[in-house]
Each structure stands twice: as structure tokens, then as C-alpha cells.
Design a protein around this ligand. Sequence first.
Ligand code: ARG
Ligand code: ZN
Length: 464
Amino acid sequence: MNLRAPAATPFLLALALLGAGCSGGVEGTPGAVGLRDPYFPGLGNGGYDVTHYGLELDVDPAADRLRGTATITARATQDLSAFHLDLAGLDVEGATVEGSPAAVNRAGKELTLRPAARVEGRLRKGRTFTTVVRYSGSPQAVTDADGSKEGWLRTADGAVALGEPTGSMAWFPGNHHPSDKAAYDIEVTVPDPLTAVSNGELVSRRTENGRTTYRWRTVEPMASHVATLAVGRFSTRQSVTPDGIRLFTAVDPESDAASKDVLDEIPAVLKWAAEKFGPYPFTSAGAIVERTGDSTYALETQNRPVFPGPPDTALLVHELAHQWFGNSVTPATWRDLWLNEGFATYAEWLWAADQDDVPVGESFDAAYEDEANWAFPPADPPGAAHLFDPPVYGRGAMVVHRIRLAMDDDAGFFALVRGWTKAHRHGNASTEDFTAYVEEETGRDLTELWDAWLYGKSRPPREG
Ligand code: ARG
Ligand code: ZN
């Protein structure tokens, strides 16, 4: 029923109904096609907020095939007449919304779903609705703006999915922007003797007719770019740390010997990091180590980072630090990525100071002298091709160190850091949230620090 009907002429009323694509008496409008991220305007989708992904996947690496059913539970943030999902490659066989077949339109990486008229009323603002998408095909690698390969990568005997920044749409449809975090149940069936490893905890494993189904559960909110799936022959190990964190590591047999000592450090690194950054934000941890050359970059995939070969301790520390900075506290947009990489790099400096007697000041000086760190300000990379360039990492870490130097004492600095991870635990935060938080907590106007180290184009003097 149109509440404004008395004021509207029949002509205007008809126009309003047409514009809303409305047939069930609800004036819904289509959700936005993107979330206007500064670097990827079309990424993600508006009008809804995903709360849970249920992925049922059947992966046959030998045939290079994936068959999937994605059950997406979302809350409408507006009255919806239609909405988008991001999906790269793969064929959509059909979709339902609230149990009724939905009209599906495909244009590049945008999937538009128009629910059946009889269920449209269930997509009103604030309501939770369920979408099921059935899809299949041969999943593809995605080439990033910076030239790195991600998405679905074939490995020696399987595949691995990497998603930062935009690769995850190569293996499941969704709202692929870091601002929409959700819980996940990822159920994967693979032919024996392959193993399927994903995020969170392994809740069950069942073998039938030479195929095994692994069910992985992620209860804590996860951004889609740190979702992963690794299929292959893996040596797996399971244990529980003295702090009660469940560990699961999966290592390519050829990387096993060279990885063992470093992976054995996971409990110690987590304990050390928790003292610095606050309680570990998740119930499980671990690692996935691929065969050297099989995947492109290391990624802090939630709970269980992926390494493209045996990692060294510094890289392990970096990816584990991301569990706090990136995975629990997730950037609001891709412009805020320095909050991930700056802190993860700073964690490496802290580790080097505590474990290898390299004072943080020395790491800072080395970064300061490195020309590559001065190409642009960390809070303003000049385009998607530069998101993962040195300034985001090295200069990002310098920003963190300058805050520490600006404070009276180290205890206060670490309390500030722990307060930050606590304030935005399992949420999203922007650069502006961060600078406002630091000023609020320290009670100081740090405009000069931000202008010089975070936003300034040129290298500021080291002193002052
Ligand atoms: N976040 C990853 C790391 O900590 C790097 C991801 C790089 N991605 C890319 N497309 N280049 O090191
Ligand atoms: Zn990183």
C-alpha cells in the first residue's frame, strides 16, 4: 500500500510503481551495483548486509571443475526489488530468493537477482532473507591491478584460492567488499587422497565412495578477501596451544621439512603477539604451506595464512599479526590498507627487537633510508596497482613508530594499540577512525604527525 497515495495523481502513482519495479505492493528499489570503494568502485553491492555464507563445493582438480551451491543469508538495508552479487567466471545454473526462483542476469562480474514478485515483501529494510545460487565451471585466476595472480590458482595436485583484494569472487558469489563481514560454513568434497583446507575449524570429515567431505566453520566475522580454500595432498597436524587455541596446519609434503621449525613457533608467536596487541581474536589458528612456485603471495587468510612455500619467522609473524590487524579489525575501504600492512610490518620490527636484538629504531632508520618507501603517502596510494607497494608497508610502519615516539611511555603506547584492537574487534575501521582514536586517547592534537608521515607527499625530517 502506498502511504503517499492521497497526494499522488494516478499518473505519478503508476510512475512510482514502474520505477520501483514493484508488483507485490512493496516499493523496493534495486540495491547499488557497487559500494564506491575509492579503488574499486564496482566492488561489493549495496542494499544488504550478508550475515552468513553457506558454501557447498565439489572440487575435482583433475577435471578442473568446481560445482557449488552458495546459500547466502543477508539482511536488507533498504526495501529491495533486486540486488547484485559479485562473481567472476563460472556459470550460474539457477538461483532462488526466499525459496522462489529468482530472475538472474549476468553482466561481467555482476550478477543481478530479481526475486519473484510473491517474495518481494520479504526483502524489506531490516528483514533477513536467504538466497541460494547454484553454479559450476572451471574457476579462473584473476590478475590484479598490480599484476599478481589470485582468485583460483591451480597447484601441483590441486588448487588454492587467494583473494586480496578481489580474488574471492572467482570461487563464490557474494558481497566481495571488506566492509561486509560474515560467518561462514564451507563444506568441500574432494576426491581421495586430496584434503580440503579452509578457514576456521574442521567440524566434520566424512568419506564415501572415494570422496571426502570436509566441513569448515568460521563463527567470527570474516571479510571475503581472507576466505580461502586449499585442495591438495597435504601433511596435516592438529593440536591445541597452552592458551586453548586450536591449531591446524596443512603443508605440501615437499615443503614439510623446511617448514616444520617455523610452524612450531606459531604458539609462541601468538602468545607474544597477544601480549602486545591484545587477546588473539579467534578460536583457531594454523597455516597452509604450498609447494614453492604453486601460489603467488603469502596471505593472512583468516585463522590460517597461506604461504607460497616454507615461510621464515618474519613472514610468519607478519601474517599472524594480520589476524589482529586486517582480519579482526578490517579496513573500511581499500584506501585504509596501510592499517593492515603498517601494523603487520611494525609487528616484524617488534619481533626483531624482542627476539633478535635489533632495536626498533634501527628498523625504522632502514625503512626511512629506503627510497621505495617514499613513492607516495601510505594513506593515499595512487591507484589500485600500488595498493601493495612499499609505502603501505614500510611507511605505514613508520607512522606507527612515530605515534610511539610522540607518546610519553611505551606502556601507554601498547595500551593504545590494545585499545584499538579491542574497540574495533571483529569490525571495520578507517584511517579517520584511527587518527581520531589516537588523538582522543592521547588527548593530543597530532595534525602535524599525520600531515608529515601519513598524508604528506615528501619525506619529513627524521627529527622533530
Ligand atoms: N596481505 C598480503 C601480505 O601481507 C599481501 C597480499 C598481496 N596481494 C596482491 N594482490 N599483491 O603480505
Ligand atoms: Zn601483510
